[in-house]
Ligand binder design. Structure first.
Ligand SMILES: Nc1ncnc2c1ncn2[C@@H]1O[C@H](COP(=O)(O)OP(=O)(O)O)[C@@H](O)[C@H]1O
Ligand SMILES: [Mg+2]
Length: 273
């Protein structure tokens, strides 16, 4: 059995390509025949919007409704299958809404099992998927603690920007603290650098710095995702760059990243291979 199936996509900063990576890695895995569930764990709901939900706050069943009865005994139980959307490209996902922010505060006030809410919520479908990718928010609060509790592995994502590198250090410390406090192993299955433009000194310096800080500790993927406007165009069209422009450099990079990811989590190649 694959022990790295629930993977948190993490950085302590926003705007550093977590959501783009979750989406594209999900599509690349689904193309290879893996059963993939993406969970939007960010109250900014960018993943939900990228996956075609224009008004996530108006949705009846999202991660928010799924977690609610686990926090509030008076709330009606929700079947997780009502919260899962099925896309034509084979991907499944659970959207999110802003109201999860208020619920997160409520989770923090629970007397027992406050770090296990997400774990319990996903329990029924855990075995239905080869990979469950959790698109995390930048803030590392109670929801992020829940993500640490349920995940087997974390994929760190960064741009070569100073801010993003600081976010990497904070996320790395958080994973270590969580592993220790929750008494579990969280395998960092890669560090991916995105929005790279080698023409600029700033990019080259940032990459060097990431190498210096993390190369001994984590597998930094040699494949990096270049900075291209087509990625933002794809986002606006609510499709992954892999589907929008499969021959583009970022799409090819995400395909290569998918192979590196699979190698790192111990399942190289396509599912049928
Ligand atoms: N390779 C890329 N080239 C150009 N723009 C990108 C690339 N990857 C992501 N972006 C853009 O960067 C912004 C932030 O990306 P996003 O994935 O939402 O970050 P996060 O989830 O970390 O906040 C988005 O507008 C996205 O379209
Ligand atoms: Mg995001």
């Amino acid at each position: 059995m694959n022990e790295n199936k629930i993977v948190a996509i993490l950085n302590r900063k926003g705007g550093v390509c977590k959501t783009t990576t979750t989406h594209n890695l999900g599509v690349a895995l689904a193309e290879r025949g893996y059963r993939v569930l993406l969970v939007d764990c960010d109250t900014q709901r960018n993943l939900s919007i990228s996956l075609g939900i224009n008004h996530p706050d108006e949705e009846q069943y999202t991660l928010c409704e799924l977690l609610h009865p686990l926090v509030d005994v008076d709330a009606d139980d929700v079947d997780i299958h009502n919260c899962i959307r099925h896309l034509e490209n084979g991907l499944d996902f659970i959207p999110n809404k802003q109201a999860l922010s208020a619920l997160e505060k409520q989770i923090s006030t629970l007397d027992f099992r406050r770090e296990c809410v997400l774990f319990d919520a996903l329990e029924d479908v855990r075995l239905d998927y080869d990979y469950i990718l959790l698109d995390c928010m930048a803030s590392l609060g109670m929801l992020a603690v829940n993500v640490m509790m349920v995940c087997d592995a974390a994929l760190l994502v960064s741009t070569p920007e100073e801010d993003s590198i600081e976010g990497l250090s904070l996320a790395s410390d958080f994973i270590k603290e969580a592993s220790h406090a929750l008494r579990k192993k969280i395998h960092v299955c890669g560090l991916l650098i995105c929005r790279v433009d080698m023409r600029y000194r700033k990019s080259r310096i940032g990459i060097d710095k990431i190498q210096k800080l993390f190369a001994e500790e984590y597998p930094i993927y040699p494949e990096m995702v270049p900075d291209r406007v087509c990625v933002a165009d794809a986002r606006n069209k609510q499709v992954s760059i892999i589907e929008y422009a499969p021959e583009s450099e970022p799409a090819q990079a995400y395909q290569a990243v998918c192979e590196l990811f699979l190698r790192e989590v111990g399942c190289y190649g396509s599912r049928s291979a």
